[in-house]
Write a protein that binds this ligand. Sequence first.
Ligand SMILES: Cc1cc2nc3c(=O)[nH]c(=O)nc-3n(C[C@H](O)[C@H](O)[C@H](O)COP(=O)(O)OP(=O)(O)OC[C@H]3O[C@@H](n4cnc5c(N)ncnc54)[C@H](O)[C@@H]3O)c2cc1C
Length: 483
Amino acid sequence: MEKVYDVAVIGGGVVGGMTLRELSRYQLKTILLEQAEDVVMGASKANSAIVHAGFDAEPGTLKAQYNVEGNALMEAVTGELSVPFRRNGSMVLAFSEEDLKTLRDLQERGRKNGVPGVRLMSREEALSQEPNLSEEIKGALWAPSGGIVCPYELATAAIGNAMDNGAELKTGFRVTGIEKENGNFVVISEAGEKLYARYLVNAAGVHADEVARMIGDDSFSITPRRGEYMLLDKTQGATVFATIFQPPTKMGKGVLVTPTVDGNLLVGPTSEDISDKADTATTPEGLEKVERLSKLSVPSVNLRAVITSFAGLRATPGGGDFIIGPSAADAGFINAAGIESPGLTASPAIAVAVVKHLEEAGLVLIKREDFSSFRKPFPKFRRMSGAEREALIRQDASFGRIVCRCETITEGEILAAIRRNPPARDVDAVKRRTRAGMGRCQGGFCGPQVVEILSRELGLPMDEVTKCGGASRMLVGKTKETQ
Ligand SMILES: Cc1cc2nc3c(=O)[nH]c(=O)nc-3n(C[C@H](O)[C@H](O)[C@H](O)COP(=O)(O)OP(=O)(O)OC[C@H]3O[C@@H](n4cnc5c(N)ncnc54)[C@H](O)[C@@H]3O)c2cc1C
């Protein structure tokens, strides 16, 4: 007899991860299917990391509803998952009389959407709160409930928490076909593996339209909209305190300047519709645009301090709004598709909505007595006091060995990333869980040591350890033969 899961979630980003976590509250057999060799490899790892206040989305849309609900849930969710989150507030700047009118419209939208505390600021008030803003501004819209979070840490923690509560994870499982057999879905992978489930959740990001088509649902299409960024060194993290936006356009919320929860400064993104759903390359034109536009808001942005650049793909839906609910082709197939911005913010609320849709489709939800919404905090040596560090090293000597000097990451933290759910299996997975390799040298110093630790822990020869799965091997051969 084949094992039949109650629910299989397709897509291991923040939406799939939050949904898996929400499902793990109940007595259900659940599994997360992810095509990549690690979770959180799509938009959820490359975005602005903003917990949006919710004044952007048009009132009455799912985007507006779940943005505001997700924002309100963020304190509790990040607290339970031990993920850093800060309500630093956000400001939209006006550079002209027309922009001031846009800000008034946004304020009104905020009011209709139920966003607390949104108000207009005079030029003087904005400049006294953020002295590095351009002198050219005419005023600003202030939203105190805006925040920042680490997106990949949040998504990974949600998946880890669900797994600690019994949910399963299958990476390297690219869904290429879906059939029906005895009332159950048969999910078929590229490698020909089959998996059975009573209900499916489609959280496949930019590929969600292709996955929906596998059950005959061609009701929507997704266009990848690329956004390019530059990340600046921690010396620049205090350039601004709040997240600084420019007035939005029909292509998005414009180029922002924001601190990150880890103390860096982030500038970007661009907004460009492309055709290749895998093209996350940065371009000279894109980065030049980020430089030019970010300096309009904050002229002192110091681009000599850039430590890396990256791009993410928004899953832009043809109809403009999130697509959340049962497919017309099969009521047991719940779409969570077209989740572009503010999807990170909205994800905890989307997860609750998806589970409600599953219940309406017939899934019986019985609470698990032993469910724990709390995830044991990841050890963070860099944030500990001297006494805490000493106590930890006395308990476990691996915390006494610094591997990543830029970010002060110890061997103990890397071992935890490999041993805890969801387990890290390659160098980038270790980086996203611990920050080893995220500092100024970008892994130049710690990379070889991370390879060595992965090789030892996973029982793999060093030349089989990869950067990010597949053929991305870090080492290609020996320079000296040993005797
Ligand atoms: C440039 C940019 C800036 C943004 N800024 C913000 C922001 O500041 N605040 C905010 O709230 N939101 C922001 N967003 C939106 C937010 O990042 C997304 O809404 C969110 O990450 C979407 O999560 P997801 O899980 O739906 O998709 P993803 O994270 O893309 O996850 C989908 C997963 O599905 C997997 N998958 C796809 N096809 C298959 C298949 N056939 N089989 C198995 N697995 C499959 C993929 O590998 C991927 O891991 C931004 C997005 C971008 C791109």
